[in-house]
Design a protein around this ligand. Sequence first.
Ligand code: ZN
Length: 233
Amino acid sequence: MIDELLAYQAADGKLRAVEQEISATDERKKYMTARKFLEKAPEKLEALDAKATELRATFERLQKKYAEIADTIRDYENLDEMVDEQGGEISFYKKSATQIAESLRSLKAEIGRLASAIEETAAEYQTAKKQTIAMQKQYKEYKVRYSEVKQAHAAEIAAIEKELAALGEKVPAATLEKYKAKRREKVYPVVCEVAGNRCPQCGMELSIADQSKLSDGTFIECDSCHRILFKRK
Ligand SMILES: [Zn+2]
């Protein structure tokens, strides 16, 4: 049974090589980059939206502040009358005028900060827009080119898969299922022959219990890399 499984693994290795070749092409890399970018685009747009909402709220708050200061200043139009009527209160108004000047200074600083934040967000939006347009173009172009690459290997893959189907029939179904599950986890080679007392792939020392199971001809799984290990009797 082990030789059949190893023959299956050898053919599977050819399939893996083709898969890796496709995976390393510029066509696939550029296709995947564009796809990932576009998948995350709505998230970025939402973040920019949230920023815009926040800036609008700041703008409204500053507008309200401005209106309050303007109201206070309007009271000063009647300053002459107010001072004449009440007399001796001029120092109070002087103090208020200083407070207004202070409020205006702080308002000006806040407006300055808001203006730069708006500029920054607008620039960020422009960059995101340009990138998105470029990535949409790349996605469209490389989707076609990547599918051409896959198409170019289709016959080769089909031939190996046919070979694998034939070889797979000679391996017990449960074993084959286990093999395929590991392969889906990107483990390769899945099955390895042990020579000494260590896993030949990851170098992990095998327990006494595992070593005796191996000597009995039983398959074990490496505790560290989870490969299937065996020893020939
Ligand atoms: Zn291992």
